[in-house]
Design a protein around this ligand. Structure first.
Ligand SMILES: [Zn+2]
Length: 471
């Protein structure tokens, strides 16, 4: 344990009144110093590498890939085994055709063989166990390098945000599925002087509390919102209904961790009148990319990983506008190497260079999770991303969620507002039946709340069918 870590733990254990001055003082230390050398090196490197020419980036990426394969073969039992079974020693991998001989990696394989994925070089006490898979229904645990993996990730994220004006030290209002229990003062928010963030509870966004949120945000004057789309949408809908003007200090709404649906994007742009910035990534840290100064296309970091877009037959997609599943290989977490990993996410390729000048590979859009589909009676699959839920028929609905456990039948769960009446049910039914088509029975169910994942994430659909295998 370093002296800084010991000091941090000592400060954390102090009562709030005594702790606060320490936190303010620590917050005054520049982030680049506080976040350590992993953050600093990665951030500085990206400021230069983002402008490299295509050939230089590709050369760099290939070198990183070969280094990863060597590490995996020499130190990770799972890869040693599957490479040997296929007579695929790293030195035999000369190009991407050879690389594609490595079988794809699924969440089930990692889940069932986790111990085989831990490199022999890793010291167990320096590993951090993390879990994911809540939104895919396939829970999976794996490891990060403690104090290292996440700091590198943060450098990548701040490099993306920099494109929309975010500077290290800017202030943020946070709405990211956090539950804040009011202390004696009855406030549903806390200020973090270290990160310069105002953290607002996502679990208390009622019509009574939201005016207080708006007031505290106006006082705090954050430079940016940092949000889960499902949380900020509740604030946006309230502001729209009550004709509340956008916050003049906010330069962009930075979304992450949940899919941002087109209807959410449209609503957020309308209410906040600023850039709504989204990026795509995963907890497995195999792929990361976001928009730039001039485009919302996802600019994938070649410094972060290698991404393939694959069709249903396993062929590589190369044509502009075609879509496929994202298979990706991450460079930045050597504690659990993910090589040719099936993300179960679908995206559309963009082969046109972006006018920002970065030679990064581009995805035009992320079509969401492969499992985020509703199946009709005639086996038509409707993607959640394609259903526009930005409509005034939902004005008296607090929250909603789809649920399916048999083909051709879907339950639409509604949390009603006090203003909800039977008329709303009729309007919603009409609207949804138009969108879902005649081969779908729609059941409307009233519920008291929509359950969140352990990290507070919202899911628009609970899909109990095995949609990947029901052709
Ligand atoms: Zn660009």
């Amino acid at each position: 344990m370093t002296a800084v870590t010991i000091a941090k733990q000592a400060v954390k254990s102090l009562p709030p009144v005594i702790r606060r001055p320490f936190e303010y003082a620590y917050g005054a230390v520049p982030l680049k110093i506080r976040s350590g050398k992993e953050f600093r090196h990665t951030y500085d490197f990206l400021q230069a590498s983002q402008w490299w020419k295509k050939e230089k980036l590709e050369e760099y990426q290939w070198r990183k890939l070969l280094r990863l394969l060597r590490h995996a073969y020499d130190h990770v039992p799972y890869y040693r085994r599957i490479f040997d079974e296929r007579d695929l020693k790293p030195e035999k991998i000369k190009d991407y055709d050879d690389f594609r001989k490595i079988p794809v990696l699924t969440k089930e394989i990692v889940r069932d063989n986790l111990q085989e994925f831990i490199p022999s070089t890793c010291v167990r006490s320096k590993l951090q166990y993390v879990t994911t898979g809540g939104s895919t229904g396939i829970p999976m645990g794996f490891y990060y390098e403690k104090d290292k993996t996440f700091r590198k990730e943060w450098a990548f994220i701040l490099s993306m945000w920099k494109r929309v004006g975010y500077g290290i030290g800017n202030t943020r209002a946070i709405l990211r599925g956090t539950a804040i229990q009011p202390e004696r003062n009855g406030k549903f928010w806390v200020y973090d002087p270290v990160e310069k963030t105002l953290i607002l509870s996502s679990y208390h966004m009622t019509d009574e509390i939201l005016p207080h949120y708006i007031s505290i945000i106006n006082t705090f004057r954050p430079d940016f919102f940092h949000v889960y789309p499902s949380s900020i949408v509740m604030l946006a809908r309230y502001m729209k209904e009550h004709n509340i003007p956008p916050f003049s200090s906010v330069r962009a709404v930075l979304c992450s961790s949940e899919n941002l649906y087109p209807w959410q994007l449209e609503l957020l742009q309308e209410v906040f009148q600023c850039r709504v910035y989204d990026f795509y990534g995963n907890s497995e840290m195999t792929v990361l990319g976001g928009g730039c100064e001039v485009s919302d296309s996802y600019h994938l970091f070649p410094e972060y990983g290698f991404t393939e877009l694959i069709d249903a037959h396993g062929n590589l997609i190369t044509q502009n506008g075609e879509s496929g599943e994202i298979i990706s290989t991450g460079f930045n977490n050597s504690a659990t190497p993910f090589i040719r990993y099936r993300t179960l996410d679908r995206a559309v390729l963009n082969t046109h260079p972006c006018s920002c000048g970065r030679a990064y590979p581009l995805l035009e859009r992320i079509d969401g999770r492969l499992q985020e589909l509703i199946v009709s009676k005639n086996n038509r699959k409707i993607m959640m991303a394609a259903i526009n839920m930005h409509s005034d028929v939902f004005d008296n609905v607090k929250e909603f969620q789809f649920y399916q456990d048999e083909p051709g039948h879907v339950v639409f769960r509604i949390v009603r507002k006090d203003t909800y009446s039977e008329k709303d049910t009729g309007k919603i039914r009409n609207e949804l039946e138009k969108k879902l088509g005649s081969c779908m029975d729609l059941e409307i169910a009233f519920v008291d709340g929509i359950e969140r994942s352990p990290r507070g994430k919202y899911r628009i659909l609970i899909q109990k069918l095995d949609v990947l295998n029901c052709d």
